[in-house]
Design a binder for this molecule. Structure first.
Ligand code: AHR
Length: 501
């Protein structure tokens, strides 16, 4: 198929917030215990954190991380995780029917995040608890000294406050499964009062209010309208979540969930604009897409296991094995986030280690990269700068979730500092090679610097502890710049990162 693309230096979407490439980690399964933290592991540091996992995390250059949940946060007592480890209580985690030992709490996690060079984004419990405990947590975390909670932190050996700027006001409060689930107006009021209290403490705090758990919720998108009508002026972001899968084994339909996500973002953008106009508000609210990933391979089996098990500690849970098809999908989804970066300022891959994660860690054994690690890494490393408004003229298809879906999915980023243009290209055609012709306008003399490609695998191919890089990018061939245009042939079912300078 012929695929014509136009890139112009001056036709832009806007500056990408680097936090578009953030992540999420929850106290559940083996994400924390047996994931980032395994004191008995040969690679553990003096605090019990795995150095091999840390190295893989660092290579992703994750800008920010949402913690500690997730559904977990809605019944979490943050005070259980502070003070001497031997005095911390073991609690029942009602969200995942597991035991929480509290050996990792805010101070240990902050240490880990600092070592990883990642900014923390903290979620407060607005399910089983409320404003009072949230403001105590804020004081413990952010106040320098001279108050009960800040002095308690200092007595725990942490002299300087963490100065956390991003605060999530609960988690998925629209979900009937959520502990302390609320109706929209009830939650909107609580979120408003919590945001006001937080901004009263420090006006530079950024508050993230819960939007829908996904775009199939019966309350979507009415939920967003009702919540924002209660709290618009006091919040900075509304969060969206969405998980993906290919249960029907229809690759093109799966890949069109990228467009479906675009519609979700666009619809919530409309709700934000509606409420802003209705309230005659001056402030802007952006989208924080703080949970996204593929989650379907183990989902049904896991729900059965959870309902039957007897409160295990750090069980194997949501340990999805990602395949080549998932990697291609994630590449395209990240392209959608880049194209929607005028609305989506923050997005978090959910999650980071073991639980629906790009990184896996074997108990006592190696840590390794899943297939989806790579498109996420490429976007994080090379997707910073100005998002370009790219025109694509390629054949399209119709399927159940979307119509008129281009077989060629393209996003582009111009980094003015380094003078580099990066194109992220997914050929989602299952059979046809794309005959690519990209007009490069305003980038006179640009030359090909790098070309990474993921292609040529059976869609079901996965990586594993013994074959960690079976599905990984390799140097690409057959693409080059001629007469101000990037030309080449892209194999069916292939993902490319092409860098020009
Ligand atoms: O990431 C796993 C779970 O998915 C989170 O706990 C919850 O917020 C979402 O439903």
């Amino acid at each position: 198929m012929k695929a014509r693309v136009a890139v112009h230096r001056d036709f832009t979407i806007g500056e990408i917030d680097p936090r578009l490439y953030s992540a999420f980690i929850e106290h559940m399964g083996r994400a924390i215990y047996g994931g980032i933290y395994e004191p008995d592991h040969p690679q553990a540091d003096d605090q019990g954190f795995r150095k091999d996992v840390m190295a893989l995390v660092r290579d992703l250059q994750v800008p920010a991380i949402r913690y500690p949940g997730g559904n977990f946060v809605s019944a979490y007592n943050w005070e259980d995780g502070i003070g001497p480890k031997e005095d911390r209580p073991v609690r029942l985690d009602l969200a995942w029917r597991s035991k929480e030992t509290n050996q990792v709490g805010i101070n240990e996690f902050a240490h880990w995040a600092d070592q990883a060079g990642i900014e923390m984004m903290l979620a407060v419990n607005l399910g089983s608890r409320g404003l009072e405990d949230a403001r105590n947590f804020l004081e413990y975390v952010n106040h320098p000294e001279g108050s009960a909670w800040s002095d308690l932190r200092r007595s725990h050996g942490v002299e300087s406050p963490y100065d956390v700027k991003m605060w999530c006001l609960g988690n998925e409060m629209d979900g009937p499964w959520q502990i302390g689930h609320k109706v929209a107006t009830e939650y909107g009021r609580l979120a408003n009062e919590t945001a006001k209290a937080f901004k009263g403490f420090d006006k530079s705090i950024e508050a993230v209010v819960c939007g829908s758990s996904n775009d199939q919720m019966p309350t979507y998108p009415e939920w967003e309208r009702e919540v924002l009508e209660e709290c618009y002026e006091n919040v900075d972001y509304i969060s969206l979540h969405k998980y993906f899968g290919n249960n029907s084994k229809n690759t093109l339909n799966y890949f069109a969930k990228i467009e479906e996500t675009g519609r979700y973002i666009q619809a919530i953008g409309g709700v934000i604009d509606f409420v802003k106009a209705k309230k005659r508000a001056k402030n802007d609210v952006y989208i924080c897409f703080d949970e996204w990933n593929v989650w379907y391979h183990e989902r049904e089996e896991d729900s059965k296991r959870i309902s039957q098990w007897d409160w295990p500690e750090a069980p194997h849970l949501l340990e999805e094995s990602y395949n080549f098809e998932d990697a291609l999908f994630i590449g395209g989804l990240l392209n959608e986030f880049i194209r929607r970066s005028d609305r989506v300022r923050i997005a978090c891959i959910a999650q980071l280690v073991n639980v629906i994660a790009p990184i896996r860690a074997e108990p006592g054994g190696p840590a390794w990269r899943q297939t989806i690690y790579y498109p996420y890494q490429m976007a994080s490393l090379y997707g910073r700068g100005t998002a370009l408004n790219i025109a694509v003229d390629a054949p399209t298809y119709d399927c159940a979730v979307a119509h008129d879906v281009s077989y060629l999915d393209v996003a582009g980023v111009h980094d003015a500092e380094t003078g580099t243009v990066t194109l992220f290209i997914l050929n989602r055609h299952t059979e046809e090679t794309a005959d690519l012709d990209v007009g490069l306008h305003g980038f006179a003399g640009a030359k090909l610097v790098e070309h990474h490609v993921m292609e040529g695998h059976d869609l079901t191919t996965t990586n594993g502890p013994d074959t960690p890089d079976r599905v990984a990018p390799v140097p690409g061939q057959g693409v080059g710049v001629e007469d101000g245009a990037l030309k080449g042939r892209l194999a069916p079912l292939s993902y490319h990162v092409v860098r020009l300078a």
